[in-house]
Design a protein around this ligand. Structure first.
Ligand code: SER
Length: 312
């Protein structure tokens, strides 16, 4: 039995759907802090900081595998620093402890490109390099990575993790991140024909199409334990582009699309993160290979959103 914590979020909703397709609906328990209309039963309300409630659900359903996705993302975390730290850390501890006690066998927990900071090499950022994050979110993800590795080494906990780049999908909206613009821009392109970006035109960031990210997650979780050599978190590269480049890619489909720039505090967060990521370790250890480039992603995003918005 599988439990998804934070199932109502951008990644959660997609993972629930895929895992239910694979394992059967009743084998995948969705949970979130409140009821989510888009999620069908089996569903349990769970505040990820409530360890007792988590244990109750794990016992009730005999959960053996947990995808722990609940977190406050980078922009929101800057506004609620103490809460972000508490949520992001406590919830991880609860899950790691259950694995240490032998109740659950396998954990997926996402880390982020936010573990890197202004002193990290910006281009082709290596797996192992300087990690001095300057955001609350990044500090919590880096600490989380260290704890994952610690529990793996000391207690044999089978925890697996990916440093997700910005994730772009048409099924769900992200909430409170710095890379969210790259989802919103497609919606606005179709609805208004223009977009005002909160980052500068040359703010290069590593991104990934959701289909690739979900496939990576499943492939990592299905890899043989001995092939998962990194127990902190794997770099995953994806596609690197700037707001200007994604706009140009949209213009190939919508020639009149216009972009303007009005950077806010998120520009500073973006500037502290890498422009591109080296993911050789993921390729070598568990055979990772991405499928989408920027134009393939734009074409599919616009096609799917046109259908969704009844514009087809
Ligand atoms: N997409 C995330 C954010 O912008 C990065 O992990 O916060």
């Amino acid at each position: 039995m599988i439990l998804i914590i934070g199932a109502g979020g951008q990644v959660g909703q997609e993972l629930v759907a895929i895992l239910r397709e694979k394992h059967g609906k009743d084998k995948v328990i969705a949970s979130d802090i409140r009821q989510v209309d888009a999620l069908e039963a089996p569903f349990e309300t769970l505040d990820a900081m409530d360890g007792d409630r988590l244990k109750e659900i794990v016992d009730q359903y005999q959960i053996k595998e947990v995808y722990h996705l609940a977190a406050l993302l980078s922009a929101n975390a800057e506004k609620q620093i103490k809460f972000a730290w508490e949520l992001n850390m406590q919830s991880l501890f609860h899950v790691l402890e259950l694995a240490k006690e032998g109740k659950i066998n396998k954990i997926f927990w996402p880390s982020s490109i936010a573990v890197f900071g202004p002193t990290t090499p910006k281009n082709d950022t290596p797996q192992e390099t300087v990690t001095e994050p300057s955001t609350v979110y990044g500090i919590s993800k880096l600490a989380g990575e260290r704890w994952c590795e610690y529990y793996a080494n000391k207690f044999g906990v089978d925890v697996r993790s990916i440093r997700y780049p910005g994730l772009i999908g048409y099924k769900t909206m992200p909430g409170g991140g710095t890379t969210d613009y790259a989802v919103d821009i497609y919606h606005q392109a179709l609805e208004k024909g223009s977009y005002e970006c909160f980052l500068k035109e040359d703010a290069y960031l590593p991104m990934m199409y959701m289909e690739d990210a979900i496939r990576a997650t499943i492939e990592l979780m299905e890899a043989k334990a001995e092939d998962v050599k990194i127990r902190s978190s794997y770099n995953l590269g994806g596609i690197s582009f700037s707001p200007k480049e994604i706009a140009e890619s949209i213009q190939k489909e919508i020639p009149d699309f216009q972009i303007s720039y009005n950077p806010d505090f998120r520009q500073q967060i973006a500037e502290s993160w890498p422009s591109s990521i080296n993911d050789q370790a993921a390729r070598d250890d568990w055979g990772w290979k991405e499928a989408y480039d920027l134009d393939a992603m734009s074409a599919d995003m616009l096609k799917q959103l046109r259908i969704q918005k009844g514009m087809d």
